[in-house]
Structure formats: structure tokens, C-alpha cells
Design a protein around this ligand. Structure first.
Ligand code: COA
Length: 281
């Protein structure tokens, strides 16, 4: 049971619990202090923060935001930094330019990997995806174009995927003689089921936004010109919600949901109980 306790089973610094009697952690405290400033210089990321919403934009538009190793390293650092920043309530993850969220792992680097390096690179990427999935703060993927290979894997590690009707997804690795290596076979299976996962991973073709939505791979699809507004609206709603309850939902679903139901239910009870320690309940 101890192993199933929400706050003990994965290593990460805990934000201060909003203890009953303390000032409410609801967003007034945040909206009262709007700010917008870059936090760290990154070569391949743009970082913006406003009213509790941190936007992390992968900024390699000339390479369709492909995930080279440096970008994966920067994403790991950016998520780590935001995890302990109490000003950050929600992350929006985006790709630069109109064409792609992320067009995959960087093919030019993949081609040079030895088997040992490929194993290490796969695990390096998987660690980032797992960190995002178990983040404890909600992460929204804003998908305006291609989300392919590692780009789809990155989007699937996020908690909500809000897409333009022009977006396209795929796991095209098979066309390069390899398989998804950043969790695609596992997360697509959980989101969209076995039949669609085998189709996408074996045939390597792209599918459009509407079909991705129908399969459960997208949370919602909106007209391209409405994407920014829709993402902003959802991010503001999440930033205004009780943070411990938000975290409880994420952890109960994403960590408890991977356990046997007895452990998952126990996990849910403990996350539920922790909410009672906050001023928000
Ligand atoms: N890794 C590295 N570079 C990539 C890339 C990737 N995954 N995807 C696109 N790029 C680069 C292209 O090489 C090109 O660079 P260049 O102008 O220096 O030659 C640039 O991004 C634009 O891509 P381009 O192919 O010219 O655009 P397009 O509109 O003709 O096609 C795609 C768009 C997404 C269909 C196509 O780029 C593609 O299939 N990319 C690879 C997707 C993939 O297999 N991902 C999984 C990798 S494991």
C-alpha cells in the first residue's frame, strides 16, 4: 500500500501543499501578479509565462521542429524547471511555424546510431515522455500541423491534445526500417486501441485530425484559426482550478490507472483525501 501512495511513488519535488487555513491557492493569487518573462535561454525552445500558463515552444521550424538530442535535453530541463516553479500552473507545449507540431525524432541523427546508442536514445526520450505524463501539472499539446513519430509520442505524453483541423498524425518509423522508440507503441495502444495502433505503426501512413479525434488520440479538434483561442481558454480554466485536485486527477488516472484496480482505487482514495488538507476543498 505504501508503494501505491500518490506522493511517494515517483521522485519529484513537491510544491507546497495548500494547507487548510492558508491563503487559497486559486488563481486570484496568480492573476493578481501577471508576468511575462523568459526564464532560461535555450537554443531550440521559446519559453513564455503569463498568468500561471507557461508556453514551451519547440523552435526549429526549418526542420519541422524535429527532436534532435539537444532539443530533448532542453525539454527535459524546461519541464524540470517548471515543475518546481510555483507560478506555473499549466504548460502549453507547441511547435513553431504553421506546418508542424513536431515531425519526429531528427532523422539525420537516427541514421548514425549504433545499437547501444539507439537503446540509450530511446530510453532518454522515453524518460522525457514519462516525466511529462506523470508531471502533476497539466500539459496541453497544441497541434497545428504534423505530429509524426516522436512528435506524436510527445503529444501522447501530454494530458490534453487540442488540434487544428489541418493537423495530421502518424507513426511512420516503419518507413525508415525502425519502430517507434519514445513510447508510441504503448501510448497509442492505450489511447486508440490495438487495431489503430497496429494500423498506424505497421502501415506508417498519416491520418487526419478528424480520424485522430475519433480514435481518441486527440482531445478536441477546432478550425485552424480558433486553435490559439481554444488552447488559451482551456489553459486558463486549468490554471483557475484547485491545483491539488488537478494533480490528484492526473496522478490517479495516469499512475493509479496503470495498477491493478485494487491499487488504483487505493491510490484514488489517498489522492482524494489529500484534497481535504487544502483550503480549496
Ligand atoms: N528529422 C529531421 N529533419 C526533418 C524531419 C525529421 N523528422 N522532418 C522534416 N525534416 C526537415 C526536412 O529534411 C527539411 O529540411 P531541409 O529543408 O533542410 O531539407 C525540412 O524539415 C522540411 O521538410 P520537407 O520534407 O521538405 O517538408 P514537406 O512538406 O515536403 O514534408 C513531412 C513534410 C512531414 C511529410 C516530411 O518532412 C516527413 O515525412 N518528415 C519525416 C517524418 C518522419 O518520418 N518522422 C519520424 C522520424 S522517426
Amino acid at each position: 500500500i505504501l508503494a501505491a501512495r500518490p506522493w511517494s511513488c515517483h521522485a519529484r519535488p513537491e510544491p507546497p501543499l495548500n494547507v487548510r487555513g492558508a491563503e487559497s491557492s486559486r488563481p486570484s493569487a496568480y492573476t493578481a501578479r501577471p508576468f511575462r518573462k523568459p526564464t532560461m535561454p535555450y537554443a531550440n525552445l521559446l519559453i513564455e509565462t503569463a498568468a500561471g500558463i507557461r508556453t514551451i515552444t519547440i523552435n526549429r521550424p526549418d526542420k519541422l521542429n524535429a527532436l534532435n538530442r539537444d532539443t530533448v535535453t532542453e525539454l527535459r530541463a524546461a519541464f524540470e524547471q517548471a515543475a518546481t516553479d510555483p507560478r506555473v500552473r499549466v504548460i502549453v507545449l507547441a511547435g513553431s511555424g504553421a506546418k508542424a507540431f513536431v515531425a519526429g525524432a531528427d532523422i539525420t541523427e537516427l541514421a548514425k546510431l549504433s545499437p547501444v546508442e539507439a537503446l540509450e536514445f530511446s530510453r532518454y526520450g522515453q524518460e522525457l515522455m514519462l516525466r511529462i505524463e506523470r508531471y502533476g501539472k497539466p500539459v496541453i499539446a497544441k497541434i497545428q500541423g504534423f505530429a509524426l513519430g516522436g512528435g506524436l509520442e510527445l503529444a501522447m505524453a501530454c494530458h490534453l491534445r487540442i488540434a487544428s483541423d489541418a493537423a495530421k498524425i502518424g507513426q511512420p518509423e516503419i518507413n525508415l526500417g525502425v519502430i517507434p522508440g519514445f513510447g508510441g507503441t504503448q501510448r497509442l495502444l492505450r489511447l486508440a486501441g490495438r487495431s489503430a495502433t497496429l494500423e498506424l505503426c505497421l502501415l506508417g501512413h498519416h491520418i487526419g485530425a478528424q480520424r485522430a479525434y475519433e480514435l481518441g488520440a486527440f482531445t478536441s479538434v477546432v478550425a485552424a484559426e480558433q486553435l490559439d483561442g481554444e488552447v488559451q481558454k482551456i489553459a486558463e480554466q486549468l490554471a483557475a482550478s484547485a491545483p491539488q485536485a488537478v494533480r490528484g486527477v492526473l496522478d490517479a488516472v495516469l499512475i493509479g490507472g496503470e495498477m491493478h484496480i485494487d491499487g488504483g482505487l487505493d491510490y484514488e482514495s489517498q489522492a482524494f483525501a489529500i484534497c481535504a488538507a487544502t483550503a480549496d476543498m
